[in-house]
Design a protein around this ligand. Structure first.
Ligand SMILES: [Zn+2]
Length: 171
């Protein structure tokens, strides 16, 4: 096991992926080809630039795939989400006391960096957070639900990690 601070940048973003894939990503980085690869793969941007637009976008997907899920109390971009820990967004269910009743607050927050991300990667992150409305853990049922909403989910999650890596490389 390599200790994290000795790992290559790609290894940090792609922990758990096969070594061949990590080596390929490292090669893309060191040869300066990662940004170009991502631009060719994801030419399409999105127009979901405000919290209001994100709210509509999330609810549209929710209505299409999770019709019976409880309504969301809040959807928005969050500049405070730390990229590596929270790039996959956060989903919270806060319990609030309202009079004598406990009320669940369901919120989806998406890291602000996704405002400028490719359209497919925003969709992937929203699908991930929506799946958490049904499944809290990253278990088999959770990923099945992600794939139901986005058949290309696993490829896109891998590409998202490459995208985050390219943002770090370009700093
Ligand atoms: Zn998650």
């Amino acid at each position: 096991m390599t200790s994290p601070h000795l790992a290559s940048p790609a290894a940090r973003y792609l922990a758990g992926y096969p070594p061949e894939l990590i080596a390929q990503a490292d090669a893309l980085c060191t040869e300066g080809r990662l940004a170009g690869y991502l631009e060719r793969r994801f030419p399409e941007r999105h127009e979901v630039r405000s919290d209001g637009a994100l709210f509509s976008y999330v609810n549209e997907l929710k209505t299409r795939h999770l019709r019976n899920a409880e309504p969301l109390n809040f959807v928005g971009y969050d500049a405070k989400l730390r990229v590596l820990q929270h790039a996959l967004g956060t989903h919270t269910r806060r319990t609030q006391v309202q009079g004598s009743k406990l009320k669940m607050r369901r919120e989806i927050r998406v890291a602000t960096l996704f405002k400028d991300a490719p359209a497919a990667l925003l969709r992937m992150i929203v699908v991930h957070e929506l799946a958490h409305l049904r499944e809290l853990e990253h278990n088999k049922a959770f990923y099945k639900l992600c794939q139901h909403m986005e058949p290309d989910y696993f490829q896109l999650e891998f590409d998202l990690r490459l995208y985050l890596l390219s943002l770090e490389e370009s700093r």
